[in-house]
Design a protein around this ligand. Sequence first.
Ligand code: PLP
Length: 401
Amino acid sequence: MPSIADRLKNVSIPASAAMTQRARELAAKGIKVVSLSSGEPDFPTPAHAIEAAHAAGLGGDTKYPPIDGTSELKAAIARKFKRDNNLVYDASQIVASAGGKQTIFNAMLATLNPGDEVVIPTPSWVSYADIVHFAGGTPVAVPCFEQTGFKLRPEDLDAAITPRTKWLILNFPNNPTGAACSRAEMAAIAQVMLRHPNVWILTDDIYEHLVYDDFEFCTIAEAEPRLYDRVLTMNGVSKAYAMTGWRLGFCASGSKELIAAISKVNSQNAGGITTVTQAAAIAALDGPQDLLKERAAIYRERRDFVVGRLSEIEGLRCHKPEGAFYLYPNMSGLIGKTTKGGRKIETDVDFVMGLIEEHHVATVQGAAYGMSPYFRISYATSMEMLNEGCARIAEFCKSMH
Ligand code: PLP
């Protein structure tokens, strides 16, 4: 039999996708499932973005696109970086890809040689380590503990960097913890990076607009302009504009060489981004931005509600984070207990499996994000669902003995 490539040995299907799939299977059997596993806004894509795509398609914008994004799209991205982050990039410093995920994938493929290390503050989005493995590199986790708000401590970062380190990946607001960094905290991280001139920094700012209680987002190239040439600032339209299905992400860097290398990878995989998606993204980036604040206010209300409800449950401890739409409750108080259905809870995997199978609430185990014993809840769903989900989690925990 022909065999599958070795490079896939360390690559897994995202745990959140696996849990969402299980939720769908149960729902198909007629079971009322509460799905808190998917990292996707429940809001619609703004109508003006859909209309722009429609007009582009009807106007004949249906041919092969330029591989790194149209000049109109790059101009809209440059305006976004200036408006939101006070960062100036020209078209040769910007490349767009089919989603934030592909942007990161292409950046790693363009730069990693076997043995290169990538420092990843952890808990972290499941895909970083898989992408690094895929590209032949070695992920190096730096723990960000609950006791310090799941933030990256500069001294821990410093200790993790070796002569083989090629990248640091930052993601604040963070998936799965929701932790975000203030300007001062980002400046402290930047200070460490100034001491390591051979390391690139990828900052995944996909949750930039999801910060609450007057918290001000600050990206690392803005916090420390001396890092401009070494920072790859990545963002996209998925989370901010509820456009996960359109598949568009982008990045910019002071290093034109890095951007050209990423563009070269683009040229041999996707070969460009769907034309009508580009039109929709321009409309979203250039259009009215009021929806960002309006939706953030709704997410904040949901966060406060769920943190309040989970904090009342014996055995759980729930940190209240600054941003994103995730919570990362600690379930160590339930370890050693047995569920009504006879499951012994020894790990966070046992916990989330018991919760989905016995009470039909889909969440994701902390183990998937590199720190246990926790589980991730996405509150990007209606208050009605959150209320029902919290009630079922409370019942599940209470019924254990
Ligand atoms: N980065 C982080 C931290 C994410 O959580 C996600 C999606 O869950 C992505 C990137 C992917 O974004 P996109 O939909 O643009 O590929």
